[in-house]
Ligand binder design. Structure first.
Ligand SMILES: [Ca+2]
Ligand SMILES: [Ca+2]
Ligand SMILES: [Ca+2]
Length: 460
């Protein structure tokens, strides 16, 4: 409680600063904003295991109610029909609830040795594009591999994951180990089409997304430099993807390749593909056109209002505030973050659009540390599977806000799209392609400076 009072004080100072400079906001430097407030007014100072699960402050009673309905739906376990509630699971699916993958509103991880995949999934496609420029569904498998099925149906396939391990040394003599995954498609229920491509993805954290959705498109495009016209080695490309309700393309913001335009569509797609739950946006079972399809699509299996409530829940989770932002070593780490050009992609600060209809996300200064753009990350991280404008080497820069609380909330430090990294330093040393010079810069740091950088990441 005490902390809130202190931060309220800081908020009002920040508000004065903002008000004084509102004529020329573009001239404000990072330091003039309050970096403690990663999510602007939607920042929460909770450093415990629930750090990713707080609802926005200052919502109306109706907003709080919708958030709570969405929260309950996010945690609901679906079962196969007939059942009194939450029926319609499958016929094929990845998991039984949103929260079984987005654990505590945080991230998933790859399975351990001998375990089944729980909070991770595989996208699939064959070469070519669908009618909207998206990935071409694989005959028999569609756009996603479902490794589980209800009684009477067959899982599409399972995936075996093995790792090879290699040790490397920094110039200062310290060592680090990287593990490289290999994926094996096992027991497919039908012949695998030639050239089928697999894209492994762990569930990313889901807090702060309403603020990312509120960043104006022009502000994202301002960082775009598709052909690296300024020759700094960093490109950055917006993905443009099919927006079902708009019946047109929109900028992609969500998913590891920015393959999804809105939180509503992402949530509807998750119900449909990840759980086999039809809805008004995706009203055919994921196995439509395949042998397991039963054509039982007359009624959506999740109601429109519950779908909207879950999407609203995704829009209204607060961002954890910074810890130790004024610590001398953390501040030095932040300078190194800039010197290493991490901030070229992990762009620290944005201002959200003015939005009178959704004032909780309106006009907020936020510190997400992402540009939401696609970058070539090199062959080491490539999935070699295109996704709209993203090619096989490209990934969206993930936000880094709250990343220092991953261990506390999720009990692991598995990072990157497939969870292969087991620490910050492993995640950094996997950076290739456009980001290779940044990784090289970090490799050549003194032990103290590298530790300062890692401490800074831990403070986000
Ligand atoms: Ca179903
Ligand atoms: Ca499928
Ligand atoms: Ca550039």
């Amino acid at each position: 409680m005490k902390k809130y009072v202190v931060y309220l004080g800081i908020i009002s100072i920040a508000a004065i600063l903002l008000a004084e400079s509102c004529r020329k906001p573009e001239e404000l430097t990072d330091d003039q904003y309050n970096e403690w407030l990663s999510g602007g007014s939607q920042t929460v100072f909770n450093t415990g295991s629930g750090a990713f699960g707080s609802q926005f402050a200052g919502m109306s009673a109706r907003g709080n109610f919708n958030h709570e309905v969405g929260d309950a739906a996010f945690g609901s376990t679906f079962v196969s029909a007939p059942a009194p509630v939450h029926q319609g699971l499958g016929p094929v699916f990845n998991s039984v609830s949103c929260s079984s993958c987005h654990v505590s509103d945080g991230r998933g991880k790859p399975p351990g040795p001998g375990e089944q995949m729980v909070s991770m999934l595989f996208r699939v496609s064959i070469p070519g594009e669908d009618e909207h420029g998206g990935p071409m569904p694989a005959p028999g498998f569609g756009g996603q591999l479902q490794q589980r099925a209800i009684a009477g149906s067959t899982p599409e396939a399972t995936i075996g994951i093995t790792y090879t391990y290699q040790t490397y040394f920094f110039p200062d003599g310290q060592s680090y180990e990287l593990r490289t995954p290999t994926y094996m498609l096992q027991t497919p229920y039908c012949p695998v089409p030639a050239g089928m491509m697999l894209s492994p993805r762990v569930a990313p954290p889901v807090f702060g997304l309403g603020l990312l959705e509120a960043i104006p498109e022009w502000a994202l495009l301002a960082h775009q430099d598709v052909n690296d016209a300024d020759h700094d080695g960093i490109s950055g490309k917006a993905n443009y993807v099919w927006n079902v309700l708009k019946n047109d393309k929109s900028i992609g913001r969500f998913g590891w390749k920015a393959g999804n335009p809105t939180l509503l569509q992402q949530s509807a797609g998750a119900y449909n593909q990840d759980m086999g739950i039809t809805n008004f946006i995706f009203n055919k079972e994921s196995c439509e056109g395949q042998t397991q399809y039963q054509n039982l699509d007359d009624e959506p299996e999740v109601s429109d209002s519950l779908l909207y409530a879950v999407a609203f829940y995704m829009q209204t989770l607060s961002v954890p505030g910074r810890r130790m932002a004024d610590d001398a070593e953390v501040k030095r780490g932040k300078q190194i973050f800039t010197q290493a050009k991490c901030s070229s992609c992990h762009v620290p600060m944005y201002k959200t659009d003015v939005n009178v209809a959704f004032r909780e996300v309106s006009n907020q200064t936020i510190f997400p540390y992402t540009d939401l753009l696609l970058h070539d990350m090199g062959a080491g991280l490539a999935d070699n599977r295109p996704d709209n404008l993203a090619d096989g080497n490209e990934w969206k820069t993930p936000p880094l806000w709250g990343i220092g609380l991953t261990q506390v909330v999720n009990g692991h430090n598995n990072f990157l799209h497939d969870g292969r990294a087991r620490s910050f330093i492993e995640a950094i040393m996997w950076h290739g392609g456009e980001a290779a010079p940044s990784a090289q810069f970090v490799a050549n740091l003194s032990t103290d400076d590298r530790n300062a950088l890692l401490k800074f990441l831990g403070s986000l």
